[in-house]
Ligand binder design. Structure first.
Ligand code: 2HA
Ligand code: ZN
Length: 284
C-alpha cells in the first residue's frame, strides 16, 4: 500500500474488508457449494457486483494494487466493482483464507482492465471464467437492473442429466418443471441450455451472455450450470432447485412413470402464484 493510501486508510479509519458482509456471504456460499459436492477441486466461480458505497467503507476506491488485463471489453461495466473468486482456487479453502482466494476489482475506464483493490495476495488473479461472468452481468443488468450475482458450479445431478436428456432447452426445462411442484414457482422463466463448448474463453462467455438475456439459469452440457440473481440466495436457490429436480429426474427416469405433473397442473401452479410460464413452453 502506498503511503498516500495508507494515510487515507488511517484518516478514514476503514474497516477490515474480511469482515464485510459481502465477503462473508461469498465465503459462506463457497463453503456450502463445496459441502454440497458442487465444486470439486477448483471447480466453480462466483462474481458479485458491489456498490461503491459498500466498498468505500473498507477500501480506497481510487487505489490499485495491480492492473490485470481482461482480454475483452466490458465498457458498460467501467467503474463498477466486483468481488470475484480466483483462478485455480478451491472453494473448500475460501472461507478460511479469503484474502488469497478472492479479489475485489474495479473495472477501469477502458472497460478492458481490472484494477485490483484487494485480494489474491499470493499473486493470483480472477477466475478463468471472467468473460462468462462479466458478459452475463451485462445481459442480466439489461433484463433486471437489480441483478448482482453470477454463480457457476458443477452440481452432480444437473451434469449427469445432460448426458441422458435431450439438450433442447424447452424439453429440458419441462422435464425439470415436472419433478417438483416448486420448480414452476422458482424458475417459470425456464432454463437455457448450451451444448458442450470449451470453457474459459470469450466464445463461451458470449454464448452464455446471449442466453442470460432471457434466462437466469444456463446449463453448460457436460460441465455445469450458471445462475444469476439479485442476491446470493436467489442465484444459489435457483441452482439448488434445479439440482434437486435433476436428482429426482435421474432417480425416476428408468422407472415406469405412473404419475406426473401435467401441463394443466403446471399452468395451475403458475396462475396460483401469479407467474407466467415461459411463452409457448406448456402444451395446452
Ligand atoms: O474455475 O469451473 O469452468 C473452474 C471452472 C471452470
Ligand atoms: Zn466450471
Amino acid at each position: 500500500m502506498s503511503f498516500e493510501n495508507f494515510a487515507k486508510k488511517i484518516s478514514r479509519s476503514l474497516s477490515d474488508v474480511k469482515d464485510a458482509p459481502f465477503v462473508k456471504e461469498v465465503c459462506k456460499a463457497c463453503s456450502n457449494m463445496y459441502r454440497l459436492g458442487w465444486d470439486e477441486r477448483n471447480g466453480g466461480n462466483i462474481s458479485y457486483l458491489l456498490e461503491e458505497k459498500e466498498v468505500e467503507k473498507y477500501l480506497d476506491t481510487e487505489g490499485c494494487l495491480r492492473e490485470i488485463p481482461m482480454g475483452f471489453k466490458a465498457n458498460i461495466l467501467a467503474g463498477k466493482y466486483f468481488l470475484v473468486t480466483g483462478t485455480g482456487k478451491y472453494f473448500k479453502n475460501v472461507e478460511e483464507d479469503p484474502a488469497n482466494n478472492l479479489g475485489i476489482i474495479k473495472i477501469a475506464a477502458d472497460g478492458e482492465t481490472a484494477k485490483l483493490l484487494w485480494g489474491w495476495e499470493d499473486g493470483g488473479r480472477f477466475t478463468s471464467e471472467l468473460p462468462a461472468h462479466l458478459m452475463s452481468h451485462m445481459s442480466r443488468l439489461s433484463a433486471d437492473p437489480e441483478n448482482r450475482v453470477i454463480m457457476h458450479s458443477h452440481p452432480t445431478n444437473i451434469l449427469a442429466m445432460t448426458f441422458v436428456h435431450d439438450l433442447d432447452e424447452r424439453e429440458f426445462t419441462r422435464s425439470l418443471w415436472r419433478m417438483i411442484t416448486e420448480c414452476m414457482v422458482v424458475f417459470p422463466d425456464g432454463v437455457g441450455v448450451l451444448p458442450w463448448m470449451l470453457c474459459g474463453n470469450n466464445e463461451i462467455g458470449e454464448a452464455t451472455a446471449e442466453k442470460m438475456k432471457e434466462f437466469r439459469l444456463v446449463v453448460w452440457a457436460n460441465h455445469g450450470i450458471y445462475g444469476a440473481g439479485k442476491t446470493m440466495d436467489e442465484a444459489f436457490g435457483l441452482i439448488e432447485t434445479v439440482e434437486k429436480a435433476a436428482e429426482l429426474y435421474l432417480k425416476t427416469a428408468h422407472l415406469p412413470r405412473v404419475n406426473t405433473i401435467t401441463d394443466e397442473q403446471l399452468k395451475i401452479i403458475a396462475d396460483g402464484f401469479h407467474l407466467k410460464a415461459k411463452e409457448g413452453w406448456l402444451d395446452l
